[in-house]
Design a protein around this ligand. Structure first.
Ligand SMILES: Cc1ncc(COP(=O)(O)O)c(C=O)c1O
Length: 405
């Protein structure tokens, strides 16, 4: 997901615009900033690009999730349904607003399985939060239908999928709100940053205030702003927004390189009949940050991972099943509710229940899956060499398996 791979003159120009005025805060200082409003400009550019009404930039994707949940009124007593395969930030954000993360199985899209969502809906469910993992998307039609039937909010964690679309609509703009991360390893980067996007005016106004101590931002004098509710500081700086402004201008270039390299690598891996690929609900909308592929069994997959490691080509190939950040299996700190501060006993008990849940359906999918990160810098020759090395590692393992069978 590497916008940072192509980083240069445009980024420097926008950062220098800010350094020349010395105004690094996104609000206020109207005179000395001499018309330089990088955060506002990036928000406008995002609305134009994504075709949504409102964008609120914040300091990270995690902050965007917390802000969106607060803006949607999610809090104590509420349950948020989220997938067992995501990034720890998704459940951190649910906890940060005092709600309960309810984990549900993923399917072969590597995102929320709509049928699994139906099974965990309770009278306390307030929101369904699909996470569009690894550049591709959830089955949004099915999830929208469920939310409609049960009158639930739909919050899209699109942190990993900026620029991807589903049936012509940008991910993040389909539900009540969506979030993006612009941290250092995302499709485009601000170094650190994030955004809430929405078509709901109330959600935007809440996000705008919540991410800046509850300020109503109605005048030009910050000291005279009113505070209709309590907020926090999740502001983005002008320097970070400046980087993002340069990067969004290059989004199509990034996506096009990703799609080309992804297609070439997929064609090479397709030569192995035992390899199958992640289901993408709308293939035309895949941002192609990763190529995710399956092998027939967990045993074969583990052997292929070991072979890739032995051949020194594992970096860039992710076996999420064994990863500490992305999959429920290794989230012991969540299961054991290891917080620094005391939690409400109801919340603690509800989280502990997650520890005993059966995720064997997700295990059966994740244990057979390897995702290969797509680089913007690869040449055609490099993709060929990389693909051929992976294919030879797979074939070696398969040959060994058939001999020992
Ligand atoms: C799915 C998902 N959600 C949220 C986040 C959090 O974004 P950030 O690192 O900007 O806080 C990430 C970051 O990797 C992510 O992958």
């Amino acid at each position: 997901m590497p916008g940072f791979e192509l980083f240069g003159a445009e980024e420097r120009k926008h950062v220098n615009d800010v350094l020349e005025t010395g105004i690094m805060m996104r609000y206020g200082f109207d005179g000395p900033r001499k018309g330089i409003w990088k955060a506002k400009e990036l928000e406008q550019a995002m609305c134009t690009k994504l075709g949504c009404q409102y964008t609120q930039l914040v300091s990270s994707g995690t902050a965007a999730l917390t802000t969106a949940m607060s803006a949607l009124g999610i809090g104590y007593g509420d349950e948020v349904i989220m997938p067992a395969f995501t990034f720890v930030a998704s459940f951190e954000a649910v906890l940060s607003v005092g709600a309960v993360p309810v984990l549900a199985d993923v399917d072969d899209t590597l995102t929320l399985n709509p049928e699994a969502v139906r099974k965990v809906i309770t009278p306390k469910t307030k929101c369904v939060m699909p996470v569009h993992m690894c550049g591709s998307m959830s089955d949004m039609e099915a999830l929208l239908q469920i939310c409609k039937e049960h009158n639930l909010l739909l919050l899209e964690d699109a942190c990993q999928s900026f620029g991807a679309t589903y049936k012509g609509k940008y991910l993040g703009t389909i539900g009540d709100a969506g979030t993006f991360s612009f941290d250092y390893v995302k499709t485009i980067t601000c170094a650190e940053g994030g955004a809430v996007v929405t078509n709901r005016e109330d959600v935007y106004i809440n996000s705008d205030g919540y991410s800046d101590h509850g300020h109503d931002h109605k005048g030009v004098d910050r000291g005279a702003d009113l505070h209709p509710f309590i907020g926090y500081n999740y502001r983005i700086s002008e320097l970070h927004a400046a980087v993002g402004l340069a990067q969004i201008g290059r989004l199509e270039e990034f996506l096009s390189k990703q799609r080309t390299n992804h297609a070439q690598l997929k064609a090479i891996l397709s030569q192995v009949p035992e390899v199958s690929f992640r289901r993408v609900p709308d293939p035309a909308g895949d941002s192609c940050t990763f190529l995710c592929w399956f092998l027939p069994t967990a045993e074969i997959t583990k052997a292929v991972v070991a072979e890739l490691k032995a051949q020194n080509i594992l970096p860039g190939n992710f076996y999420w099943f064994d990863n500490n950040w992305h999959y429920i299996r290794k989230w012991d700190h969540l299961k054991e509710v290891k917080t620094l501060n005391a939690l409400h006993p109801d919340l603690k008990a509800a989280i502990q229940q997650q520890a005993n849940k059966d995720f064997s359906v997700s295990d059966a999918i994740m244990s057979r899956c390897i995702c290969t990160l797509i680089s913007l810098l690869w040449t055609e020759q490099q993709v060929k060499e990389k693909g051929e090395k992976i294919v030879s590692a797979i074939k070696k393992v398969l040959a060994h398996q058939s001999i020992s069978a």
